[in-house]
Every structure is written in C-alpha cells, then in structure tokens.
Design a protein around this ligand. Structure first.
Ligand code: AMP
Ligand code: MG
Length: 405
C-alpha cells in the first residue's frame, strides 16, 4: 500500500497533453485559457465623460460668472460632437460620451445655472480633469488581461469581450470514459430483482466530471467477465482518461485489473492506505490514463475528490491542491489505524464563523445516504491519536470545490 500523498504525486507526474480549441466567448465559462489574452484596443478608446453635464475648457469654466459660456451642441454616448469648439463655448455631454479635443472640464448638470442657451454660473468646485475618463484608463491596447492557464469567470468574460474578442482559445475538455462493472448492476428506472442493485456510480461520476470540467462518455455496465470488460475497455480508445468502478479488489469476480493488463495497461499504483477506497488503481494504457475505483459509491466519490480532481486539474494546468481547511470536531473520535481516513461530516458554523464538522457515526462505504447528507470530509492521518470534541481537524468542504458537488 502506498500513502495518499504518494499516490497523488504519481497522478500529477503522469501527465498527458490536451489539445487546444477555439470557442465562442459566451461558451467559455469555467474553461481554461491556453494562451495569454491581450487587449485589441484602448479601453476606453477615447476620453469620455463619467457624468451628465457640460464639457468646456477649464479656463472658460473658472471665469463663467463674468463670461457666460454658450451651449453649441451635444455629445451623447454613441453620438460624438463633430464640429470644433471655440472659446466660451460648451456642449451638453452625457455619461459615456466622447469629450471633444481641447475640452478638459465637466460641469455637472445639477450644479449649473442656465439662461438663454448659456451657462451663467455654477456652484461646483471646479477642477481640471474631473469626471473625465482618460483614453486607456481601464486598460490599454496590448495590455495582458488574462494569463494562460486561468479558469474563465463571468468577470473575465466581461473584460475579454470589452477588449473586442469574440472567440477564445482554451484547452479541450479532457474526455473521460466511464465503465461500471458488476453482474448485479442495473440501470435506474427498470424493474429489478432483490439480488440486483441499481447502478448509481456512473451518474455520480457524470456529475462530478461535468463539475470538474471534463467531457463524460458513458460506456455502460460491464459484466464480471473478461470478454464483457474487454469490449467496453476497447470502446474507451481515444479518451484521455478511463474510469472504472467496481471489480478492482481481490475477489474471484474482480477482473478489471487482469483484463486491463491483458490489454497492455501498465500499473502505476494499486492499493492505497486509505479508507474508503483502499483497492484503488491507477495505470496507463497506451496514451490513456486509467483510474479504477472500488464499487462502493462512497469509495468512488472519495476517490474522485482525492485523485480525479488533481488528475483533471493537472491536465488542464490549473491548481491541483485540494481545498483543505480547519474545522472544530463535534464528536469524540477513536484513534486511527494505518489508513488515512476520509469521514463524511455535516458542516455548520459557530458564532465566530469557525466551521464545525460533525462526523456521521455510520461510515460504511456503501452508505450513500450519509454521503448525500454530508457537506465535507474530515481527514484523519494514519495513526492519528484519539480526538475529543472541540479539537481542530482538517476538512475538505465540498462547496469549496463546487456548489453542486
Ligand atoms: P466491488 O468493488 O465490485 O466489489 O463492489 C463493491 C460494492 O459496490 C458492491 O456491493 C457493489 O454491488 C457495489 N457497486 C458496484 N458498482 C456499483 C455501482 N455502479 N453503483 C452502485 N453500487 C455499486
Ligand atoms: Mg463487483
């Protein structure tokens, strides 16, 4: 058995390269940039007014009480004033409108007094350049806006669009094929016998893969025989990652590993000192990475968080570290054995905003009910001593990975 840390290191050091694709900016949320993105223009492209009012020369504005200024036209957003403006002239201007050459002062609409088409006074404390957004204030042409290997947020989409890009180059989503294995499995919604169970793992995995930015391919359920497994595995050709659930332990019907070996897979590791998920296997079949989870739904889920997340993020060149934080333990825990344990826990907040983690008493890896009800995992290091309620423990809050995890 290797440790979780060693296993994660091996996952990170086995990288395959994802191609690029150019996609529409409006489809780019959550994707990862594979190039630096620079601005195609100055933003704003001109000096603009930030308020509604009047644009004029500062030298005219300070003398306005003795020498009224004539309003000769208007510049509004999208409709600049195109004629030249001489001394003691001004124009009406609105927010976002271009300020004509030579004008360097904005008088606010609500602060001027007018008479007969002229501004005759203002109670504004006049300063040169106030309420003027200079050309390039936000960013300049060729400025680096978004770095390579960045997850696109809604805010990023905003500036990329403002910089006049409609398409964007991103890494292709890693293509992940999933095979569920087990003679007892049936797809949900059909009539089943009491010796059969509904396969839920491929559905959990589909949801996780989508949340983590992968492309999911469902290869269905394989029977516990090499023929059936081979047929399904051969269909995964061309994927970046093959995920399997079930059949990876040491039982007579656990044939996933031997079948993959016959097809040429090289094992990178098998068996990890962890609970749940001990028989988890990682390997490489040609250029495809293979991750095999034990069939219990909690093992599959925990394996996805601890290993699939770093694996996908590594291919996408983004942060592979799990969001581990501290919480206050709500119950006493017995001392731990040699396996690192991931315990499903309910999370809540103390008055001082500290997280309280309450582990479920039942931690059987088949119990997906408590998986669904949990909000995070308490991590217990191998040989961790007995802990009393109130002690600090490391946790992984699911919401820090994704709100829908
Ligand atoms: P295995 O790892 O194949 O020994 O399976 C361990 C347990 O997980 C067994 O009780 C299986 O019935 C169950 N199991 C395996 N695959 C799935 C699946 N796709 N969905 C739900 N439970 C499963
Ligand atoms: Mg099985």
């Amino acid at each position: 058995m290797i440790t979780v840390k060693e296993a994660q290191k091996k996952i990170i050091s086995n990288k395959i390269f994802l191609n690029n694709e150019t996609i529409k900016l409006n489809n780019s949320l959550g994707r990862v940039t594979c190039d630096n993105i620079k601005s195609k223009l100055n933003h704003p492209s001109n000096d603009l007014s930030s308020m509604d009012g009047y644009a004029l020369r500062y030298n005219d504005a300070i003398l306005i009480k003795t020498a009224p200024v004539t309003i000769v036209g208007e510049s509004s957003a999208g409709n600049p004033f195109r004629r030249s403006i001489t001394k003691q002239e001004c124009i009406r201007i609105s927010t976002g409108a271009v300020i004509p050459e030579g004008l360097d002062c904005i008088l606010l609409k609500e602060k001027v007094k007018k008479n007969d088409g002229k501004i005759i006074s203002t109670n504004q404390n006049i300063k040169k350049g106030d309420y003027i957004r200079k050309k390039g204030l936000n960013f300049k042409k060729d400025d680096l806006l978004i770095k390579k290997n960045n997850i696109i947020t809604s805010r990023d989409i905003g500036i990329i669009a403002s910089a006049n890009h409609s398409n964007i180059k991103v890494y292709k989503k890693p293509v992940i094929s999933v095979i569920s294995t087990g003679n007892e499995l049936r797809n949900p919604g059909k009539k089943i016998s009491d010796y059969e169970i509904v396969s839920s793992n491929s559905l959990i995995l589909e949801a996780i893969i989508i949340s983590l930015g992968g492309k999911f391919i469902n290869l269905g359920i394989a029977k516990d025989n090499k023929n059936s497994l081979k047929q399904k595995i051969l269909k995964s050709k061309g994927s970046d990652i093959l995920l399997t659930s079930g059949g990876i332990s040491i039982g007579d019907h656990d044939l996933v590993q031997s079948t993959l070996l016959e097809l040429g897979m090289k094992i990178i590791f098998w068996k990890i000192a962890m609970r749940p998920g001990k028989p988890l296997m990682f390997g490489k079949l040609n250029n495809m990475l293979v991750l095999c989870f034990p069939g219990n739904p909690v093992s599959t889920f925990v394996g996805s968080i601890i290993f699939l997340l770093p694996l996908i993020n590594n291919l996408l060149n983004i942060n592979t570290k799990l969001p581990i934080t501290e919480a206050i333990l709500a119950k006493d825990l017995k001392k731990n054995d040699e396996r690192e344990e991931y315990m499903r826990a309910k999370l809540s907040y103390a008055k001082n905003n500290e997280i309280i983690a309450d582990p479920y008493i039942k931690q059987d890896s088949s119990m997906s009910y408590y998986l669904a009800k949990s909000e995070g995992l308490i991590i217990r290091k191998p040989y961790d001593k007995a802990l009393t309620a109130g002690k600090k423990v490391p946790i992984i809050p699911f919401s820090r990975i994704s709100n829908t995890l």
